[in-house]
Design a binder for this molecule. Structure first.
Ligand code: AMP
Length: 528
């Protein structure tokens, strides 16, 4: 074997040589749709790499992006890893303080910002000294003190791609921790290439040259689940929705662009289902073959609801630490003749591990559980696209001594290896696909002079999947209202992270070791 290195460059070159005419569509915030091709994106990526080198970006340097799903982001997905630098995608929904921490922690050099995200950028700009700020403008004028993306691309010489080690860093993404600061996950070239190959397999996400792929999942969330690279590798047409991902906008795009597959968190599809139920005839979705849904548990009602419209939902499970794809739930042929109830129950599971990805689950005593669909344990994983550590050595306790990553998801596994998430050992709330740390909220609440105890739990929510609920015990003789506590939290948390509900109690039940008994709280308040 010639032993060529598995690098993102090979994906970029393939897109350029073999899929040059395949379309890449970007819908802008204005509603205007721009059309380009993989060939043009790859050629522009060479010039972009030339421009970044001229600005002093070297191999290993981090290039931050604050962009939507748009063709410029794809160009950066191509250019930055292929030139040997590391693309670091920033989540504009984070609190300014978190963004400030993340860019500092990653030691980003250059940042590329979409014009429509400049307001977000301004909230943390002064905290960090980027070497250059590049702005993607749609009005044609970059603000003073910044560089214009288009002018840079137009004015630079095309770079030649350097030979790279497949184990070198290609991309980076931060994930929220249970407590404290977000942690950086660094993806190697090898991980991204193998992930793309496996994601494209028929029983996985099944990405082919005949597909038109619409990633609703943002390109700042774990590489948009690997779809941009898988699509470029396969030669699938790519439709990038920009900032507007409300149900009607996504349905319009699916219908107009004849999308065959799309992917995102349940919140998006809940809204989409409601829109379809309201106006079943409005959209032509005859080409739409599958909706990949993950990031949070997919309720059974969602499978049933989309089935009524002739649309197939496929559940997938993954994590930022796993690049992200780890499991996909496809109905096995042995269940073809089963009744609808059995089939729905199966499809509502998180699925079987993707090829080359290994799973096990261990109980609280550290014993590996049987695959009998009864025993429960924390899911542990390993594989070519599973992180072995976080950036700067953080979170070492998430990795076992024998090389497995502890997911914090509590699962049952059936005899065929199909997992079902039953609980979460990490103290987090996942709302609309974004994490909220219960512990951070609790600490901030307990810093209020009128609060003696505070526990934050996740409660089910039809729209967002989960929402935080705060259970608070006041200090004797003090008074504080829910609104006052919300204002107190708003000093450090984004609006969407604030609990919608506060329940005041005399005392919060605790375990023998002094931890809040959150299971009791969930039973008491989850359905109120
Ligand atoms: P993130 O790193 O933000 O992508 O979050 C990963 C976590 O999201 C997992 O550890 C799970 O807790 C949750 N998650 C992802 N996919 C699913 C799914 N299909 N069902 C339930 N939870 C999921």
């Amino acid at each position: 074997m010639t032993g060529d290195q598995l690098t993102v460059t090979s994906i970029v070159e393939r897109a350029e040589k073999f899929h040059a005419d395949r379309e890449v569509v970007s819908r802008r915030s204005s509603g205007v749709t721009d059309r380009t091709t993989y060939g043009a994106c790859a050629r522009r990526a060479r010039r972009l790499a030339g421009a970044l080198s001229d600005l002093g970006v070297n191999e290993g340097d981090r290039v931050a992006t604050l962009l939507w799903n748009q063709s410029e982001h794809l160009e950066l997905y191509f250019a930055v890893p292929a030139m040997g630098a590391v693309i670091h995608t920033l989540n504009p929904r984070l609190f300014p303080d978190e963004l400030a921490f993340i860019v500092e922690d990653a030691e980003d050099s250059v940042i590329v910002v979409d014009e429509t995200l400049l307001e977000v950028f301004e909230t943390f700009r002064s905290t960090y000294d980027f070497t250059h700020i590049i702005v993607v403008t749609h009005t044609g004028r970059a603000p003073a003190g910044t560089l214009d993306y288009e002018s840079l691309v137009a004015g630079a010489e095309a770079a030649d791609w350097p030979a790279l080690d497949e184990n070198s860093a290609a991309a980076m993404c931060y994930t929220s921790g249970t407590t404290g600061r977000p942690k950086g996950v660094v993806y190697s070239h090898r991980a991204l290439v193998l992930h793309s190959l496996v994601a494209a397999l028929p029983d996985q996400l099944a990405v082919s040259a005949r597909d038109t792929v619409l990633p609703v999942v943002p390109m700042f969330h774990a590489n948009a689940w690997g779809l941009p690279y898988a699509a470029a590798l396969a030669g699938a047409r790519l439709v990038l929705p920009g900032p507007r991902v409300d149900a009607e906008s996504v349905l319009d795009l699916c219908s107009y662009e004849q999308v065959t597959m799309t992917a995102g968190v349940p919140t998006v599809w809940m809204a989409m289902l409601a829109a379809l139920d309201n106006e079943p005839e409005r959209w032509q979705l005859t080409e739409l073959d599958r909706l990949i849904v993950g990031g949070s548990a997919v309720p059974r009602a969602m499978f049933e609801g989309f089935d009524r419209h002739g649309l197939t939902v496929v559940q997938a499970w993954g994590m930022t630490e796993t690049a992200p794809l780890g499991a996909v739930c496809r109905l096995p042929s042995r269940l073809d003749q089963s009744n609808a109830d059995e089939q729905y129950n199966y499809r509502a599971r998180q699925g079987t591990a993707t090829p080359l990805f290994h799973i096990r689950a261990r109980d609280e005593d550290g014993n590996t559980i049987a695959w009998d669909d009864a025993a429960m344990g924390e899911l542990e994983v390993r594989g070519p696209w599973v992180a072995t550590g976080y950036h700067a050595g953080r979170g070492a306790d998430s990795f076992t001594a024998d090389g497995w990553f502890k997911t914090g998801d509590v699962v049952r596994i059936d005899p065929h290896g199909c997992i079902r998430i039953c609980d979460r050992s990490k103290d987090l709330v996942k709302s609309g696909g974004e994490w909220i740390s219960s512990v951070d909220l609790e600490n901030k609440l307990m810093s209020h002079p009128a609060v003696s105890q505070a526990a934050v739990i996740a409660v089910p929510d039809n729209r967002w999947g989960e929402r935080p609920l705060a259970v608070v015990a006041r200090r004797p003789g003090t008074e504080v209202s829910a609104d006052e506590l919300r204002a107190h939290l708003a000093q450090e948390f984004a609006k969407w992270q604030l609990p919608d509900r506060f329940e005041f109690v005399d005392a919060i039940p605790c375990t023998a070791t002094g931890k809040f008994k959150k299971t009791d709280l969930r039973t008491q308040f989850a359905t109120v």
